[in-house]
Unconditional design. Sequence first.
Length: 398
Amino acid sequence: MKHAVSNMINKILFVLLYMRMRLTGKQAPDARGILLVRFSHIGDFVLWLDAAKEFRRIYPGEKITFVCDRYKDVRMLAEKTGYFDEVIVLRTRGIGRLYGIWQAMGISCRIAINADPSRTLLSDIVVLAVRAQERIAQQADTTRMKKRQVRRSDRLYDRVIRCGGIRTMELVRNAQFIRGLSNDGAFRAAIPQLAPLLPQAEKKLHLPARYFVLCPGGETPQKYWDAKKYAAVLNEIFALDRSILCVAAGTAGEENELQKICRYVKAEEKRRILSRIGKTSLIEYIELIRCAAFLLSNDTSAGHIAAAAGTQAIVLAQSWDWGRFYPYRVERHTQAECCPRSVHAHIACAGCAAYGVSPGRFPCLVHGRVLCIDQITQEQVFTQVRKMINGFSRQTEK
């Protein structure tokens, strides 16, 4: 009921603002600057950074303003990158979205760009609310809007740039948008690089001399891997490497998941597990991953952060992510690149929980989790762990 009411409010706002745009014609004729709208989770934002830095090249001398939403607030990270002159955070949940839209109506720019490949009706509404001479968007997929809604939203834009489909790797898709925007075709997709954000991070965060990061939680419990399987993998890691510690990280509500895992870890090994869950800011979380030997994680932002920070990672990914988010595919290689190792079940029903299904409703739950996560085996993860640790050993011998 709550979701239906929210959708209805968004539809009404869209119609009202669209009529306003058609009646007033070109708005803010003397306005300058570029406005980038992207309502994305932290991991998606990190993936976008390789493309985001190009806007300064495409629009030299223009003020670049980035608009994000408070739900997954990336403001701190966006300001640290230096890619934007201003970062604006809008309220987009509940009744607060009305204030957020009111804020947007007070913004003027020369060009408003919706830079999200998975556009939402709400992000389109924000672009509508802004007073702009020109509106540009990436061709939307249908993960968050139906085809009919996408066609309707496309009418508000002066340009809709065609990019690859839903199975095109996100880095490549972002690069296609930049090429379409600049019309020069020179830019090629590469793994984003996140420079250190916290000087002397090891000392300030009181990190162990040698550790790996475990992220046992994520966006929703239906996507968590089984606690017993995680414990078996931790026992394997501790047996293979007697000097390494495990540092668990994530948001405060994920502490219970770590406790479930610890029940099945060998008693003598539990002391090697340290928890930083709920105890780090976003910047500290990034640096915690950067300084680690490697990352073991559910499909969360951590996997993409690890790649950008140059840390090896093993990610237990949903099958519907195959092709779009994992495995990584780039068009330009850099010396420091570090691609995550993704583990998939590769089941035939891949895609059921992401496309055409209401948010939070999964038709394929087994043991309380989606089928493609439940069917990832311990041996699949063991194989990747052994390859990684053996690689470390060979580097040490050299």
